[in-house]
Design a protein around this ligand. Structure first.
Ligand code: SF4
Ligand code: SF4
Length: 220
């Protein structure tokens, strides 16, 4: 079943799929599910180039791929349910419908980023974004919680590799980024003031790791 699911997701445009054990998390976080499926779609290098080098504000591709990742998660949950297991797609729509998105604090019990951390996909940067060696922060993600008996691949947690870099803090037009270094279970508000983030994506596109991904791939 898992091979068929991953193959279909790849055909539909997913760039990566990770499966992790979440049974060790609190009941509030895993809500009784033992496995999480993380689906990722990568932002194009040309889009990153335009955001950073032409200094434009354009969330079109980002929003489109966020939406695509949500749709893949919803499709995956339906697929798993047809095989006789429970599954919940953590799409924006579902989280809202089922009361798992807290509007005032802008939080959910189990963010996609935490699943990505358990998968060893990357680390949380000073931008509070997931940063990966391969794509920097040029990615959109959604996740599915399930009790299907999938083989899981948890990896050691990667601590931040930001070092002395402060690019995201310096470039943020609203001063939302504090420059703090992430630690497991750290209060998000110590890293970023989400209430003053205007979603310009400058932190995402100008991170040196995202820039490396862009330069390595833009002329391919
Ligand atoms: S998206 Fe823009 S406003 Fe928000 S934290 Fe990043 S740089 Fe700052
Ligand atoms: S811009 Fe620099 S400090 Fe910010 S997340 Fe990327 S590497 Fe870390």
């Amino acid at each position: 079943m898992l091979n068929e699911l991953i193959s279909q997701l790849t055909n539909f445009g997913a760039n990566f799929v990770k499966i992790v054990d979440i049974s060790m998390l609190s009941a509030e976080e895993n809500r009784g599910y033992s496995v999480a499926l993380l689906i990722g779609i990568v932002l194009g290098p040309s889009y990153i180039f335009r955001l950073s080098k032409e200094n434009i504000i354009d969330s079109c591709e980002f929003s489109e791929k966020e939406n695509d990742a949500d749709k893949l998660a919803e499709w995956s949950a339906d697929f798993i349910v047809t095989k006789g297991y429970k599954a919940f797609a953590q799409s924006e729509r579902n989280l809202g419908l089922h009361g798992f998105y807290e509007e005032t604090t802008k939080t959910t019990p189990l963010p996609h980023k935490k699943i990505a951390i358990l998968a060893g996909l990357g680390w949380i940067g000073k931008s509070n974004l997931l940063v990966t060696q391969e794509y920097g922060s040029a990615l959109c993600m959604c996740s599915v919680l399930t009790n299907a008996p999938f083989l899981t691949e948890n990896r050691p947690i990667i601590m931040p590799k930001c070092g002395e870099c402060t690019t995201c803090k310096n470039i943020c037009p609203t001063g939302a980024i504090n420059g703090a270094i992430w630690e497991m279970d750290m209060n998000r508000d110590l890293i970023i003031d989400v209430y003053h983030c205007d979603g310009c994506l400058k932190c995402l596109s100008n991170c040196p790791w995202t820039q490396k991904y862009m330069k390595d791939n833009i002329f391919k």
